[in-house]
Design a protein around this ligand. Structure first.
Ligand code: C2E
Ligand code: MG
Ligand code: MG
Length: 814
């Protein structure tokens, strides 16, 4: 409102000031305009007067001619009339009658008269110069040498009637000649010409007189009049009759101006205005200040002028100014009033709008607050989601790492320890497989909830991913405390979990790392706890293992193993050895088992068990498996061609190698390519492969058999071997595990088991191979139990192909 008020004030001020300026300008324009108009008017009037005079002047000759023509026509008519009426009289009588009639006639202020001449120039009548009557003026010449009478007679004779111009004396001034216009008309009866004339100057004088009369009576407006004077300063026409004819060249006004002189000068120099104080003030005019316009008529030496009294102009201007001022004040009043009305309306409007905007703003503010609140909540929620696991609602990996970092800082200050425990549920996959994923999820949530109950201040448990949880216990003063915490975690699994009516038992493995001895930052602590867990699981599930240097070494070893193995094939570090398989009944070499060897510059001799485990782990088993098949087939066929003296070849195939796509095709292709008869090849598989993937493995085994290969069940008796395999699967051979043979002579149990296995093999028509025969007694007993084949250090260690070629079994029972 203040702004509106101020704006309007400024606006009104601007408008008023503009108005005032406009008023001033108006008045100035009015002033100059009016003065100009007055000047124009008086100039116009003078011009008009001069125009009238010029007109009258130009009429002089016409009027004169017309007049004398009429007079002469009248005179001739009168002469004709007299003649006609007096024809009976003689000529001289009639001519006397005529001259008598015409002689006394005067006109034009007595200046005009008739004269009569005969055509030969003899004057008949001349009222002014009677002495010339009867005389011939034929040779009379005027002042300019013209033959006045002779020319007139000729004109009358030739034209009957004509105007003529000559110079002639005046009645009252016989010694001077004046320009005269005459009219001649022939009077036929007597061959006369009758004429009359008048002096131009006289006619002009008449006109001047008439005009002066006219202008003396002429008045216009309020006291306006025309004045005429000559260059001697004598007034010819003026309303003040007393001034007429008075020479006033020396007249001065109160300012000392010789205004008459000034007027004359202006007029003679082409016309102009003169401001002065007049000696004459008409009735009703108070001040003599006057402005006049004068112009000059040189022919007549007339100075013609008219003027206006400035008092009149000023009076009129004052009137007009007052009117304009009044109009202006009204306008100012109007503007002010309008300004007030507009400001009131605007104020009301702004009040209304302000109110409305205020309300709106409040609503908006409220909404913004609400939105902010929602935003804050969403942000918190997002923050929570970003830092928590949605399934267990436990902190996630990100939260954990931040937490550990914070706790590490605390431990740095108070010198205490911190334990990171990496917990993994054992065989969680089996729970998922057996009960479904949703039960698995619920188990994880339940485990998480129970884990949380183990926490004190400054401790957390986070879900790390899958079935992995990580605890962070801080403020520990000894390893013992950490062990206690680990034990508490394990105890969580002592009782079964009841989920959706299902009783689920589970265990967990735990890997522990301790700050500051194992690592000094969160990432490394977690990584080491993970290593400990991995190692623990590898050793035995369900245990807790604290990270130490040996674990580290093992990990390092594993890493080296992996690294070296990746290059082993190309570096040609792998080779094959063959362990003979002897027919126990006659000691004959029946076949060999191909066994892989790895001699590495860094690791030295690496056990094939390790090699195969790692190869399976890192996916190299297929290449290595292919190498084994290729190399052994190649070496055996080279030295033992197909035929009567050929020997069988057993090749170990690891579980993942067996179930890999295209294994049978590869095997077949290689064997065929090498040219070794398929019947000579036995594929050795372990029991584990059957336990884990029986459904997957069965068709593969069938395929192997269909290709005429034999299948041997290696390490028989060590796993959870089910005797049902023997009848359901296309197995052709079983190999009793070395551990039973080892105890054959000392353990009755082993003895019985071996006997049973041999009996079962026999009943299923399977070849039974005893592995690890190290002594003659073992050999004897197995032979006695009618075991088919034997393999072991007693006969031979696994040997190179060259050694095999030279091998002669001499260890027979005989
Ligand atoms: P396996 O198939 O049961 O092989 C027999 C193992 O027993 C061989 O150990 C052999 O040297 C050993 N052995 C034989 N007779 C005796 C004995 O009288 N006393 C003792 N103490 N040991 C004896 P090796 O060669 O170290 O092989 C170990 C395991 O490695 C093999 O067990 C087999 O499972 C695996 N393996 C070896 N070579 C290959 C291979 O080329 N492919 C695959 N997939 N696995 C292989
Ligand atoms: Mg074997
Ligand atoms: Mg074995």
């Amino acid at each position: 409102m203040v702004i509106i008020g101020l704006s309007l004030l400024v606006l009104v001020t601007i408008v008023l000031s503009a108005n005032r300026t406009a008023l001033k300008e108006d008045l100035a324009t009015l002033h100059t305009g009016f003065y100009q108009t007055q000047r124009d008017t008086i100039q116009y009037r003078v011009a008009n007067v001069i125009e009238q005079i010029e007109f009258e002047k130009s009429n002089t000759e016409r009027i004169l001619k017309n007049d004398i023509k009429n007079r002469v026509d009248e005179a001739v008519a009168a002469a004709n009339n007299i003649y006609a009426q007096n024809q009976h009289l003689n000529k001289s009588t009639v001519s006397k009658m005529i001259t008598d009639a015409l002689r006394p006639i005067r006109f034009n202020n007595d200046r005009g008269y008739f004269f009569i001449y005969q055509l030969d120039g003899t004057n008949v009548m001349h009222p002014i110069l009677p002495h010339v009557e009867g005389k011939s003026l034929w040779d009379l010449q005027d002042a300019r040498g013209a033959f006045v009478i002779r020319d007139s007679a000729e004109l009358a004779q030739t034209q009957t009637q004509a105007f003529h111009r000559w110079w002639w004396v005046k009645p009252d001034a016989i010694d001077q000649e004046f320009d005269k216009i005459g009219y001649l008309s022939l009077f036929k009866p007597f061959n006369w010409f009758i004429g009359a004339g008048d002096y131009v100057v006289d006619v002009e004088e008449d006109i001047q007189h008439r005009l002066i009369q006219r202008f003396s009576d002429y008045s216009y407006g309020e006291g306006g009049y025309i004045f005429i004077m000559n260059s001697k300063g004598e007034l010819l026409s003026h309303p003040n009759q007393s001034l007429i004819g008075v020479g006033r060249l020396d007249a001065q006004d109160s300012n000392g101006t010789y205004y008459i002189q000034e007027l004359i000068n202006q007029a003679r120099s082409g016309g102009g205005f003169v401001e002065y104080q007049s000696s004459y003030t008409p009735i009703g005019t108070m001040t003599p200040d006057k402005i006049s316009y004068v112009n000059y008529l040189p022919d007549w030496d007339w100075i013609i002028g008219t003027g206006v009294y400035t008092e009149k102009i000023d009076g009129f201007l004052a009137e007009r100014e007052a009117l304009i001022q009044q109009k202006n004040s009204e306008e100012v009043l109007k503007i002010t009033f309008l300004g007030i009305v507009v400001s009131l309306v605007l104020a009301a409007l702004s009040l209304f709008i302000g109110n409305a905007v205020g309300h709106r703003f409040l609503r908006l503010q409220h909404k913004i607050k609400q939105d902010f609140h929602e935003l804050e909540e969403t942000k918190n929620q997002l923050q929570y989601l970003a830092l928590h696991d949605s399934l267990t609602e436990l902190p996630n990996r990100l939260f954990l790492i931040e937490f550990i970092d914070r706790q590490i800082k605390k431990c740095q200050l108070n010198g205490q320890s911190l334990a990171i425990m990496f917990v993994d549920l054992d065989d969680f996959k089996k729970v998922n497989d057996a009960f479904g994923h949703s039960i698995g999820d619920r188990l994880l949530a339940k485990v998480g909830a129970q884990f949380e109950t183990l926490l004190n201040q400054d401790e957390i448990v986070a879900r790390f991913g899958g079935d992995e949880f990580v605890f962070c216990f801080s403020n520990l003063s000894s390893v013992l405390e950490a062990e206690e915490k680990g034990a508490q975690i394990s105890q969580t699994f002592l009782s079964d979990f009841l989920i959706a009516g299902k009783v689920i038992s589970s265990t967990c493995s735990i890997g522990v790392s301790i700050y500051p001895q194992d690592a000094r930052d969160s990432e490394e602590l977690i990584a080491k706890a993970d290593t400990a867990l991995y190692t623990s699981k590898a050793r035995k599930k369900g245990q807790i293992l604290f990270y130490d240097e040996s674990i580290n070494q093992q990990v390092q070893y594993e890493l080296t193993l992996e690294k070296e193995l990746r290059c082993a094939l190309e570096r040609n570090e792998l080779s094959m050895v063959y362990q003979p398989q002897i027919a126990l009944s006659n000691g004959k070499l029946e076949g060999v088992e191909a066994l892989i060897r790895w001699e590495n510059p860094t690791l030295g001799h690496v056990s094939p068990v390790e090699l195969i485990r790692k190869a399976e782990e890192i996916g190299l088993i297929h290449d290595i498996g292919k190498f084994v098949i290729e190399r052994s087939c190649q070496q055996i066929i080279e030295h033992y061609p197909n035929g009567a003296n050929s020997i069988a070849l057993s090749i170990n195939v690891s579980p993942s190698q067996l179930i890999a796509k295209g294994f049978v095709d590869t095997l077949t292709a290689i064997v065929d390519a090498r040219g070794i008869a398929r019947e000579r090849i036995t594929v050795e598989i372990t029991e584990n492969v059957l336990i884990n993937d029986l459904e997957l493995v069965t068709p593969i085994l069938k395929q192997i058999r269909e290709q005429d290969f034999s299948i041997s069940l290696d390490d028989f008796g060590t796993g959870f071997s089910s005797l049902s395999y023997l009848s359901n699967l296309p197995i052709t051979e079983i190999k009793i595990d070395r551990s039973f043979i080892d105890k054959l002579l000392v353990s009755k149990q082993s003895d019985a088991l071996i006997k049973a296995i041999i009996a079962i093999g026999d009943s299923h028509s399977l070849t039974v191979v005893a592995e690890g025969i190290e002594s003659l007694d073992q050999y004897r007993k197995l032979n006695q139990y009618q075991c088919n084949l034997g393999q072991g250090y007693y006969f031979s260690k696994p040997i190179l192909i060259q050694e095999l070629v030279n091998y002669r079994n001499d260890r027979t029972l005989d």
